[in-house]
Design a protein around this ligand. Structure first.
Ligand SMILES: Cc1cc2nc3c(=O)[nH]c(=O)nc-3n(C[C@H](O)[C@H](O)[C@H](O)COP(=O)(O)OP(=O)(O)OC[C@H]3O[C@@H](n4cnc5c(N)ncnc54)[C@H](O)[C@@H]3O)c2cc1C
Length: 300
């Protein structure tokens, strides 16, 4: 049987064919995925992994698509969403969450349980799996600061528990994580008073609304922070705030963001990324490095 039919028969309503990735990414644009599935149980993961392995089909994992740009030519193979895995639990000073739980929900749960360590990650619009994969962070706090362990499965279908000390990590980078599918994570937090935690969370949510163009589709900061500087400052200095290509524009509110302001194609966004990079290099000599992840092929 053809792999699409096999996945359709197995996953039923949890399998979509020729699915536009604009429906699953915060840029709200992107080519079609050949197959888009929502595995939940370990049996479902084993099924899809075995099929991909034996038939040599490309397989990708997506959380909330808040750091991905998918090329207009689309994605062959399978995209697996973690959205059906969204349980969160608190026991004493530990919070555990499945990969598809919203990071912001986990931050809120921690704050309500009077646990400190994740409150500054409030408002990051990704999943736990994406946060672990990217070592997402903000306001001086990173996912790995309070991470204890990652529950994972490798592409051969072997389960693993990865301890933080065995996962070398740095700014927006975790070594070796690309060899695993993150199924969940445990965070070790510290007791603190509720009022101060809530105040930090609320002030961070407020700062995000104030500083970021949250009314338009984007995928957050396009580039990593260069050592000792800010990408947004360099972009601004190069006079690129408001620069547009097609329906994509360097945000006027936050020059580190590219926004989809008018039905941008993925190619509009990609071309704008390249243009910003080129002009910043020319004007300041700094080589900006992409933070966002490009999937598939771009071009007409
Ligand atoms: C408005 C806005 C503000 C943002 N602010 C911040 C910020 O302050 N700080 C910050 O760090 N980021 C920020 N981001 C970017 C983004 O939210 C983070 O990078 C987030 O961690 C991505 O999570 P995700 O679930 O959306 O991952 P996705 O975009 O779905 O995936 C990102 C990568 O992680 C991999 N991945 C996802 N889930 C899994 C899994 N379960 N197992 C294995 N691999 C997986 C994917 O394959 C992909 O390579 C912002 C984005 C937006 C739109």
């Amino acid at each position: 049987m053809d792999f699409k039919k096999e996945l359709s028969a197995y996953f039923k309503e949890h399998c979509l064919l020729n699915e536009p990735m604009g429906n699953h990414t915060t840029y709200r644009t992107g080519g079609k995925a050949e197959v888009y599935v929502y595995p939940q149980s370990s049996e479902e993961w084993s099924f899809v992994l075995k099929l991909a392995r034996t038939e040599n089909i490309p397989l990708r994992i997506i959380g909330f698509g808040s750091n991905i740009l998918v090329g207009g030519k689309g994605l062959g193979g399978i995209v697996c969403s973690t959205k059906r895995m969204n349980q969160v639990a608190v026991q004493d000073c530990r919070v555990t969450a499945q990969a598809g739980a919203a990071l912001d929900k986990v931050c809120e749960v921690a704050v309500r349980a009077r646990l400190a360590g994740m409150e500054k990650l409030s408002g990051i619009p990704g999943s736990i799996g994406g946060a672990v994969y990217m070592n997402a962070g903000a306001f001086g706090q990173e996912t790995f600061d309070c991470l204890e362990y990652v529950e994972a499965i490798d592409y051969e279908g072997r389960p693993a528990v990865l301890l933080k000390e065995n996962l070398p990590h740095s700014y927006r980078h975790v070594e070796g994580i690309e060899n695993y599918i993150v199924l969940g994570a445990g965070f070790s937090l510290e007791k603190k008073d509720f009022a101060s935690l809530l105040e930090t969370r609320n002030s961070i949510l407020h700062k995000r609304i104030e500083k970021q163009p949250l009314d338009l589709p984007s995928a957050g900061s396009v580039f990593k922070r260069p050592v000792g500087d800010y990408a947004s400052r360099l972009i601004d200095e190069a006079g690129l705030r408001g620069l547009s290509i097609g329906g994509a524009k360097v945000s006027e509110k936050h020059a580190g963001f590219i926004v989809n302001f008018n039905h941008a194609t993925p190619e509009d966004i990609k071309n704008l990324m390249d243009e910003v990079k080129r002009q910043v290099k020319e004007k300041s000599g700094v080589e900006l490095e992409l933070e966002q992840i490009l999937w598939g092929e771009f071009g007409l």
